[in-house]
Design a protein around this ligand. Structure first.
Ligand SMILES: [Zn+2]
Length: 147
């Protein structure tokens, strides 16, 4: 068995807004291929899910009631696509893994990341343990129409 080394420690340089509480709670997520993708101040498994595709919802802007997530996404920007939904078409601006081009996240506004109110993480694309495939990686997704 290869030894799996958990890299849960995060360099303080990755923390855009260092505070004692957020720095202590930062979590790191990896692509299925092992590439470092996301550092965030929440457990993404505990974040709300989108009804349409079960994507994980990351809030990027504060509201009077809810604080935005503090996070940094290490991805490359893909081409925007149209996705078919029950209520019509939805435009997605996509963010992919820089190493294997797996679709990691999307938002409904043009780049950069966080230009819209939410960023959505594709279910099953990220894992907390480098080199381990998440349990929901092979769930059926929505049919995607690229036009
Ligand atoms: Zn990857």
């Amino acid at each position: 068995m290869p030894k799996i080394i958990s890299r849960s420690a995060v360099s303080s340089s990755l923390d855009a807004q260092p505070t004692a509480s957020s720095a202590a709670a930062l979590r790191v997520y990896y692509c299925i291929c092992g590439e470092f993708i996301l550092v965030i101040d929440r457990n993404i498994a505990a974040l709300p899910r989108r009804k349409t595709d079960n994507a994980i919802v990351i809030r990027t802007q504060d509201t009077p009631d809810v604080k935005a997530c503090v996070f940094k996404l290490n991805t490359v920007t893909g081409d925007p696509v149209l996705v078919e939904r029950a209520e019509g078409h939805e435009r997605q601006y996509r963010f992919m893994c820089p190493r294997c081009s797996l679709l990691i996240a999307y938002q409904s506004t043009p780049p950069p990341v966080k230009s819209g109110e939410y960023v959505y993480i594709v279910p099953g694309s990220l894992t907390q343990v480098q080199g381990q495939v998440p349990a929901d990686a092979f769930e059926e997704g929505d049919d995607v129409v690229t036009t």
